[in-house]
Design a binder for this molecule. Structure first.
Ligand code: UD1
Length: 419
């Protein structure tokens, strides 16, 4: 298994191009199952999770072709099986996103129940209850969600918790249902809106995506289309923090600044000068040490849980004491323990981390535990004295395209080495 070696200490300078959003690509690939013909998706990031979703579709008999520019054509008309096996679902929980489309389009889905994961229990009860309210017959058998339905029926769904993939599964299922479905307390994430735009391009009738009330008028069928995935706001935020933590000057290109309001506000609070245009953001720390900031995660448009770990790294070397409160997942502080091994002064109390910034971190061998945790260790490595080695970087490859190449392009000393 590969490792990342990072020698810290250089301020990052230059430009970096942001890839398509992982969390929009995955539901869009699943939604392709709803179409009556081929769909073509562009700006797809080259990531392990995308490969896993392609493999999952391939196992069902769906034809998937990928060209050298990562344009993906999905032809669902060759489907033979309506099945998501445990071995794939366990490596990627987002596999659950095939449940709604399979059930709505083919009336049949056997999808492995995802287990717990490194950041918490992460149940899918809201996905299942929503589909049941739409008339599906669902039971759990041998670790699998076995779902059967005739044509689903539109209804009013009030989600218990704001769930991103739950909202997506139900919105996808509703596109082919009989009548109108109203999803109350829907997730408002930009990736939900991107999925809705993709479904609209296929001929779906959806209003309200981006608000907490999504209304879907079911249609008889959906056709193939072409679609470009939106830029990844979490990759964008991660590179901005890389600029801030190294006291550098970085411009991210091909992004959507309006999706990062909460993150940009926090970066400004830390002392960064932020510039932005239609599709770029620039961060300039002017060589200064960042100031500590307080963060509280919550569903969009509040501060994203997927950026919490990166800001913990920033606080670890900032001037002052910062507090990070995680409200979305119950166990998302594993990176804090690894950062302590690099000299960070972090106290954990339940879902709160209190971080007293130190002048410098020191390199240590550390282990990535989940996707965003590994990003925070890379950030810490960029400013640590000496050479940090990060193991289990398959986590980072799930969600960051060519991270070492992009960081090297900004002047970081980072390389991938075989273990
Ligand atoms: C998605 C993102 C992930 C991000 C998360 C929160 C994808 C592929 N992944 O994950 O990167 O960290 O949103 O922004 O888009 N919950 C339930 N029952 C359910 C579903 C969720 O109780 O049926 C709870 C979860 O345990 C969690 C909260 O709801 O505490 C939010 O989770 P959710 O939004 O569903 O996260 P994901 O969609 O899995």
């Amino acid at each position: 298994m590969d490792k990342l070696q990072i020698t810290g200490g250089r301020p990052l300078e230059g430009e970096v191009r942001i890839s398509g959003a992982k969390n929009a690509t995955l539901p869009i690939l699943a939604a392709a199952l709803l179409a009556d013909g081929p769909v073509t998706i562009s700006n797809v990031p080259h990531l392990q999770d995308v490969t896993t979703m392609i493999e999952l579709l391939g196992r069902m008999g769906v034809s998937v072709t990928v060209d050298e520019r990562m344009r993906i054509e999905v032809d669902p008309t060759t489907i033979r099986e309506y099945f998501a096996p445990y071995e794939l679902v366990k490596t990627m929980r987002a596999s659950i996103l095939v449940l709604g489309p399979l059930l709505a389009r083919y009336g049949h889905a056997d999808v492995s129940l995802p287990g717990g994961c490194a950041i918490g229990a992460r149940p899918v009860n809201i996905h299942v209850a929503g589909l049941q309210s739409m008339g599906a017959d669902i039971h759990i058998e041998n670790g699998y969600i076995k779902a059967r339905a005739g044509r689903l029926k539109g209804t009013r769904l009030v989600l218990d918790t704001v769930t991103v993939t739950g909202t997506e599964n139900l919105m996808m299922a509703a596109t082919l249902a009989d009548g109108e479905t109203v999803i109350e307390n829907a997730a408002r994430e930009p990736e939900v809106v991107d999925l809705a735009n993709f479904l609209l391009a296929m001929g779906a009738k959806i209003r309200g995506a981006g608000t907490d009330r999504i209304i879907v008028q079911g249609v008889e069928k959906l056709q193939g289309c072409e679609y470009e995935v939106l830029p990844d706001r979490i990759e964008t935020g991660t590179f901005l923090v890389a600029g801030a933590i190294t006291r550098g000057h970085v411009r991210v290109k091909n992004t959507c600044p309006e999706h990062l309001d909460a993150v940009l506000l926090k970066l400004q609070e830390s002392g960064a000068k932020i510039g932005q245009g239609e599709n770029w953001i620039e961060i300039d720390m002017r060589g200064k040490r960042p100031k500590s900031i307080d963060v509280r995660t919550a569903p969009y448009p509040a501060f994203p849980t997927d950026m919490q770990a990166q800001f913990a790294a920033l606080d670890a070397v900032a001037d002052g004491v910062g507090t990070i409160i995680e409200t979305v997942f119950e166990n998302r502080f594993m990176h804090m323990l690894e950062m302590r091994r690099m000299g960070a002064e972090i106290r954990l109390e339940g879902n709160t981390a209190i971080i007293k910034g130190v002048q410098r971190l020191t390199a240590a061998p550390v282990m990535a535990t989940d996707l965003r945790a590994s990003a925070s260790l890379v950030l810490a490595g960029l400013v640590a004295e000496g050479r940090t080695e990060i193991e289990r970087i398959y986590h980072i490859d799930r969600g960051y395209e060519s991270i070492e190449e992009k960081l090297s392009g900004l002047g970081a000393q980072i390389r991938r080495v075989p273990n």
